[in-house]
Design a protein around this ligand. Sequence first.
Ligand code: PMP
Length: 449
Amino acid sequence: MSNPPPSNLFYQTRLRRPVLARGEGVYLWDSAGRRYLDGSSGAMVSNIGHSNPAVLAAMRRQMDLSTFGYRLHFENEPAEALATRIAQRMPEGLDRVFFVSGGSEAVESCLKLARQYKLARGEGQRWKVISRFPSYHGSTLGALAVTGMSLMSAPFAPMLREMPKIPAPTCYLDRDGLSHEARGLRYARLLREEILAQGPETVLAFIMEPVGGASTGALVAPDSYYSEIRAICDEFGILLISDEVMSGAGRTGRYLAGEHWGLRPDIVALSKGFGAGYVPLGAMVADRLIAETVIDAGGFVHGHTYAGNPLACAAGLAVLDEIDRLDLIAAAARQGAALKGRLEGLMACYPFIGDVRGKGLLLAFELVADRETMEPLPTGLNAHLRLVDIAYEAGLIIYSRRTRGGRIGDHFLVCPPLIVSDSEIDEIMEKLDRALALFAAEAGLPVEA
Ligand code: PMP
């Protein structure tokens, strides 16, 4: 085996990938000159595409002024401007922005702010954060404790304060004769049951991804789910934390995914699309009253050194400008609907596609052995790795997971940058079609003529 480069020592696989040379728009090139269509925006990050000239120019301008001033020594204009911009687009009353450098940090911040708020209110017995299974909220120990992916958390079990989990609303797997909306209510009420089982006075918060990301493959709950979850949290004085790390910044066709259902969380975690691959950037946005209560009680006991640095914030501001200038939220809704229709069209040809789901350009399809029963493909096929590799060979990048321990099998996220054009959607579909045909032949799966 050739020596892996030092930067690659710690990844799960020793598989060598090509070396990235450059990116432009929806495309990336490796050092051998091969072109790839970035059909997953990396890990659902590069929402405005690669090498956006306006963002790069804004970063250069900021670099000539200052790149860092420690937050306890200075405020800075880009951070103030970005916080104001973010707050303007949040649900009413959520206008206190706390910057971090990524999604896990944003989630950690949400958990700690929730805890400090309840402490300040004299409710120190509340510490349990209920979340869903499967779910992904980050890889740091606090975020991992609320992450519902046993493969990721198992090695660290002795070091984690494991938090209660309820099943995610995987209605598409249910064969119970209930209506879609009735299923939504049933899944939401699992939260109520869990709160009662845990003891409502010990429960601090509930955290969820309003549209699921990597863990569930773009899972969308029935409409009834969202308002019921909010009502249950209110009934027991439990904070609702919305993890919009992947679904925010316009990806689902709304600024926040929760807007599709008028969801009013208490605290929101943001990242990915706000830095859009240009800089590490994330934020927690909190209800004003929650933030003020914590500040009045002595302040938030939390923070990261690089938080709110002027370079990251100037880039984030330019990203938001580009999202507005190019009308990318509307584009995500329009192109997402077109792409989803095309993915659904593949089901006629490939009976092993069990489900196509998602909102806007947060889309996924799931492969199964049997569409009727939704039985997963045999583990030995390694579909989640093979199809991605075959597509990669064809010059298309997609993102996959096989979430074990839950009921979900091999799913694949197709989430190109929001700037994706009609002809680029054609190219995604042509390459995906070819990859599915090759995978079917290799795996001995049936294909309709
Ligand atoms: N929450 C969600 C919903 C995510 O999708 C992710 C990243 N996949 C995270 C949190 C963690 O973000 P990061 O990898 O930037 O720490």
